[in-house]
Design a protein. Structure first.
Length: 248
């Protein structure tokens, strides 16, 4: 009886053994499939959280070349339609008539800004807008770098009758009219402050008087100068610009 009982258990043991083998094989095949599966893309949130690539290095500001600027000032560049500045502004920035300002020793930042303003139309002057239209930013920097190296212009006041008034306005302003002293920004000797305020000493009185008129009527835009010029009378403009012509 015992023998028969043991034999009868064999089929059940065999079935159990086969079941365990099947489970093992299925588990193994699943592991292999997972290993061979291509990697899934990271969730969008994870991608968004990833650090951004470092920004590209900003190019260094271009610098002016005085030698190139001198050649452009004296000869222009016919291939690009650039006209020589010397024609109007004279050798080394010393113009011969008050129609054209003296540019010698003018601050480079100021000159570059004015040329940009002519080119974009924010400073209106039909002649200079046409001249600046063909200039690149590098041209402007080259010209300014050349001109700032030239000797400052010399001049003298012509009207003795208004000399005292001109000196008073330039050095002390007119408190009763809320006009500040010109020297506060343009310096006591008219040399100006580089990168902020232009050189006025030695400039043609007639040219500066015209510019003050433009500031007064709004033709030329500058909030500070517009507020000052609108308070000046014609006589006061003439007196202070004549006095500035003799500063050096």
């Amino acid at each position: 009886m015992l023998h028969c009982s043991q034999i009868s258990k064999l089929p059940r043991l065999k079935a159990l053994f086969l079941s365990l083998c099947s489970i093992f094989l299925l588990s193994a095949s699943g592991s292999v499939a997972s290993a061979n599966e291509p990697a899934k893309a990271a969730p969008a949130a994870a991608v968004a959280a990833a650090p951004a690539a470092p920004a590209a290095i900003t190019a260094k500001p271009i610098k002016g070349d005085a030698t190139v600027g001198e050649a452009l000032y004296n000869s222009g560049d016919a291939s690009r339609g650039v006209v020589a500045c010397i024609t109007c502004h004279g050798p080394k920035g010393m113009s011969a008539v008050a129609t054209w300002p003296k540019l010698a020793a003018q601050h480079g930042t100021y000159l570059t800004k004015q040329l940009k303003n002519y080119k974009d139309g924010s400073r209106a002057n039909p002649i200079m807008m046409g001249m600046a239209a063909t200039l690149t930013e590098q041209d402007m920097l080259n010209l300014a770098t050349y001109l700032v190296k030239q000797a400052p212009p010399q001049g003298e006041a012509q009207d003795k009758a208004t000399l005292e008034l001109g000196q008073l306005i330039y050095r002390g302003g007119i408190a009763a009219k809320g006009i500040p002293a010109c020297s506060a920004c343009h310096s006591p000797n008219g040399a100006g402050i580089p990168a902020q305020y232009p050189r006025l000493g030695g400039q043609w009185a007639e040219y500066n008087a015209v510019q003050l008129g433009y500031f007064r009527d709004g033709t030329r835009k500058n909030v500070q100068m517009n507020m000052i010029a609108v308070k000046l009378s014609d006589l006061e403009m003439k007196a202070v610009t004549d006095y500035m012509a003799g500063l050096h």
